[in-house]
Design a protein around this ligand. Structure first.
Ligand SMILES: C[S@@+](CC[C@H](N)C(=O)[O-])C[C@H]1O[C@@H](n2cnc3c(N)ncnc32)[C@H](O)[C@@H]1O
Length: 204
């Protein structure tokens, strides 16, 4: 679904400049050094408006959470939430997940989160899914062996396809614990009584 263009996007983003990393490519291979006070660095792909981002970061103050989002009109809402709540351990990256290899060196990210990604239902669009083999290759390149991809969706077809794709790419699967923070989409689907599908993929 396309978002309406937010008014005053630029000044709103500027007011939250402290939580955005403008040139993440400059930190390639140096994330740990730059943020050495944190135990680990986690990365959320497609954070949207950031409900999950805020709660995950607040529950894990010893971790730096990077939230990547390619649509600034959504990301600005997440940035404002983090700024208003004074959450110190989140930084935002206004980038497409296709660019991950230009931003992170091998092993720099300990854990990845993909929540309610766009389902891309047509077969010719499957390659755009954030659980497509080309994306799993990118994730493999930035996670250490045993690093985890936490994945949630309401879409049963996308979920089944993702399980098969993960397995065929050598990832092992394990159940996600109950009680992970809710995302904005998850709150909406849960209120509608729809089931939510969850899995953790472990990097080969
Ligand atoms: C359906 S929304 C879900 C938002 C949020 N994760 C949630 O659960 O509420 C999917 C989000 O992923 C973002 N997204 C999709 N593909 C992306 C990509 N390749 N790189 C970065 N963000 C992406 C979209 O812009 C959108 O904000």
């Amino acid at each position: 679904m396309r978002m309406r263009k937010k008014p005053n996007l630029i000044p709103r983003m500027e007011r939250c400049a402290a939580v955005q990393i403008m040139e993440p490519e400059a930190l390639l291979g140096r994330w740990g050094e730059e943020f050495s006070s944190y135990r680990e660095i986690w990365l959320e792909l497609g954070c949207g408006k950031g409900r999950f981002t805020c709660e995950l970061a607040q529950r894990n103050p010893e971790v730096l959470l990077l939230a990547l989002e390619k649509v600034p009109d959504a990301m600005v809402v997440a940035m404002e939430r983090v700024t208003e709540q004074n959450i110190p351990n989140v930084r935002f990256l206004d980038r497409d997940a296709e660019l991950l290899p230009e931003i992170f060196a091998p092993g720099e990210i300990a854990r990845l989160f993909v929540n309610f990604p766009d389902p891309w239902p047509k077969k010719k669009q499957y390659k755009r899914r954030l659980t497509a083999p080309a994306f799993l290759e990118r994730y493999k390149a930035l996670l250490p062996e045993g690093g985890e991809l936490w994945f949630k969706t309401d879409n049963a077809d996308l979920f089944d396809w993702s399980l098969e794709t993960l397995k065929s790419c050598g990832w092992t699967l394990r159940p996600m614990p109950e009680g992970t923070p809710m995302t904005d989409y998850e709150a909406r689907f849960t209120a509608m009584g729809l089931p939510i599908h969850r899995i953790i993929g472990v990097r080969p």
